[in-house]
Structure formats: C-alpha cells, structure tokens
Design a protein around this ligand. Structure first.
Ligand code: IMP
Ligand code: MG
Length: 178
C-alpha cells in the first residue's frame, strides 16, 4: 500500500490517477450528452477543484465558457463555521446553464451557499458536479447532479485537495491514516 507523509501526518493512497481519469471521462461523457443543446458555463471553485476542472472541461466535447470563484475553506481538518466569497466571477452568466465544479462535498454548506450566490446571477439552470461525495457529515438533502466517487468519511488530499495548503499537487488521492 502506497503511503505518504504530509504536514507530519500519514496518508495512504485511496484513488489512483488512472481511476480518477476514468471517472472524469465518464462524467465528461454524461455532461456532453446532457448539455448538448445548452449554453454551458463551467464554474471552477478555487482552489480545490482546479485540477479536476482542468481535466473535466478538456474532456467535455461542447462549446463552453469558464469562470472562477474562490470561497473561504477548511483550516486544515476543522471546518469553518461560515462560508465567505473571496473571489467572484467576472462575466455575466445570465440565461446560461451553469455547472458548478467542486472537488469534494462534505457538509454541503459550501455548495448551498454557492448555489444561492449563483442564483442571484440569473442563470437559466444550475447543476452541480463534485469529484467526491463524502456522505457522513451531510447537513442538507442537497444531491450533486454528477459525482465521481462516493466515500463515507475520511480526510482526503491530492488532485487539488489540501491539508493546510499542502498536497494539492499530488497526482493521486490519499486519505488520512488513523
Ligand atoms: P462542505 O462545505 O462541508 O461541504 O465542505 C466543502 C469544502 O471543504 C470543499 O470544497 C473542500 O475545500 C473542503 N473539504 C471537505 N472535506 C475535505 C477533505 O477531506 N479534504 C480536503 N478538503 C476538504
Ligand atoms: Mg473546495
């Protein structure tokens, strides 16, 4: 079993990059099908979704535009109580079909905040695509429209996700070893 040390903690490999790529290809295939006659704008949630967003949008076989938002996120392993917008999108998405691309959905606080924020910009529709759906701590009945992997619990890093800002550039996804 492949393990790494990061921020003085041990993580073991959970999902390999080749498994990630297969899942991303399948998501891109579904999205390409579902948004065929639509005006797709993909919204990248910085910083965690950046690698997923990059791979996913390259695999979607449609004309699309991209926008980037940044929200306040976890301080290490402890979640912040409130979600704050650090960076908003630059262009109008009015009348477009918005696809929010997120790295991981945990309590769902971030996505619920984001959906309300995006609604105020009057897109035609809002859909959610998350690479990982972590179910244990969910606080609402929000369901992503597109999910790469489901996990019950655990703190994960890699492929964009961080532990105290470290580990985002790992090619595979690792989980904290208890
Ligand atoms: P939520 O608001 O509780 O759903 O948390 C979502 C955000 O918390 C994600 O966008 C991530 O940035 C961060 N997060 C949640 N779980 C993890 C994890 O296991 N590793 C790294 N970041 C995480
Ligand atoms: Mg995030």
């Amino acid at each position: 079993m492949k393990t790494i040390r990061l921020d003085k903690k041990t993580f073991r490999q959970l999902i390999s990059n080749s498994e990630i790529q297969s899942a991303v290809s399948e998501l891109a295939r579904q999205i390409s099908e579902d948004f065929k006659e639509k005006s797709l704008v993909c919204l990248c949630i910085l910083k965690g979704a950046v690698y997923f967003f990059s791979d996913l949008t390259k695999k979607i076989e449609l004309d699309l535009t991209t926008e980037f938002l940044e929200l306040s996120s976890y301080k290490g392993q402890i979640d912040s109580q409130e979600v704050r917008l650090l960076k908003d999108i630059q262009n109008s998405i009015k009348g477009k079909d918005a696809l929010i691309v997120e790295d991981i959905m945990d309590t769902s606080k971030t996505l619920n905040f984001l959906i309300e924020h995006i609604k105020s910009k009057k897109p035609k529709s809002i859909s959610v695509c998350t690479l990982i759906d972590k179910r244990e701590r969910r606080e609402s009945d929000l369901k992503a429209d597109y999910t790469g992997f489901e996990i019950e619990k655990g703190f994960v890093v890699g492929y964009g996700m961080d532990c105290n800002e470290l580990g985002r550039n790992l090619n595979d996804i690792y989980v904290l070893d208890k």
